[in-house]
Design a protein around this ligand. Structure first.
Ligand code: BJW
Ligand code: ZN
Length: 242
């Protein structure tokens, strides 16, 4: 791991507001597979067959089954020391979490301000009347679930080609540019518009720190790169300022 250099420590001690931009790697140590890379789920499941609206309308059973499988995995997992470290930082700083993850783990860790850019796998809504089904247990889930109006029920997640929920990305941008430090943790930084957030931060002179076991599309721009796992690096940073 890169040394906790004095410039970084000074910035951290002087900071009032810190934001975290997180991706699938944040939850890897909880046992939830990432999307890309050697162990990523896109090696087994093709995104164009599962993570887009056309695929859902063409084969709702298959897409629903995939989400049910992932819901079961996620429900059996727990927040890891990385999620808990971010929550713990709330005792010292104003913290906002902007996550691409749909796994609800930042909420389960107790973080109080979480922006879920790509939705939440536990939430659903009817394509036809928009009625919400936010507790999957309410659903009859043999085959494809149907709303009381007969419409198809879909997971409340953002698929490729879909816009992010209205106003949410702009809200995330405001949080990022009003931060003293932005941590970009566990994301390959390839999916837009989310991946633009650390670049927007840099343009506004926010100090951007990346945490990842491998270099990403963003690494060359980061003010500081911690090469390592979120569940290891984030608790170390907390300890350094305690
Ligand atoms: C660790 C670790 C440990 C491992 N500790 N780290 C061409 C050019 C540019 C853009 C486009 C284009 N063609 C299409 C687009 C737009 C498209 C896009 O960006 N595509 C690119 C991939 C090319 N974007 C969209 O479509 C977005 N919408 C949009 O643009 O709307 C406007 C529009 C409207 C109409 C038409 C066209 C445009 C929506 C994007 C939605 C993304 N949805 C998904 C699925 C969510 C639901 C589900 O899960 O089922 O979101 S895709 C998937 O990728 C998921 C993630 O949130 C997202 C990002 O992935 P993430 O989190 O970075 O994960 P990985 O796996 O990539 O990386 C994990 C990282 O962790 C790695 O770096 C590891 O090293 C690291 N790691 N262990 C720390 N222990
Ligand atoms: Zn309905």
């Amino acid at each position: 791991m890169t040394e906790l250099n004095p410039v970084f420590l000074d910035k951290l001690r002087a900071a009032k507001k810190i934001s975290f931009f997180t991706g699938a790697g944040m939850s890897a140590e909880s046992g939830i597979p990432t999307f890309r890379g050697e162990d990523g789920i896109w090696k087994k499941f093709r995104p164009e067959e599962l993570a887009n609206f056309k695929a859902f309308v063409r084969s709702p059973e298959m897409v629903w089954e995939w989400y049910q499988h992932r819901r079961r995995v996620i429900t059996e997992c727990a927040p890891n020391p990385g999620h808990l470290a971010i929550k713990d930082l709330e005792s010292k700083f104003s913290i906002t979490v902007i996550t691409q993850n749909i796994d609800n783990l930042h909420n389960r860790a107790g973080s109080s301000s979480v922006i879920e850019l790509h939705g939440n796998i536990l939430k659903n809504y009817c394509l036809t009347c928009k009625k919400r089904y936010d507790h999957p247990a309410e659903l009859h889930i043999e085959g494809t679930p149907r709303c009381t109006c007969g419409g198809l029920i879909r997971p409340d997640v953002v698929w490729f080609g879909e816009n992010l929920p209205e106003g949410l990305f702009e809200h995330a941008e405001e949080e990022v540019i009003s931060s003293d430090i932005l941590f970009s943790v566990g994301t390959s930084s390839v999916v837009y518009p989310a991946a633009s957030l650390p670049h927007t931060a840099l343009k506004k002179d926010v100090y951007v720190v990346e945490v990842n076991p491998v270099e990403t599309e963003f690494t060359e721009y980061a003010n500081l790169f911690f090469k390592g796992k979120a569940g290891v690096i984030l608790p170390l940073i907390i300890r350094a300022i305690s």
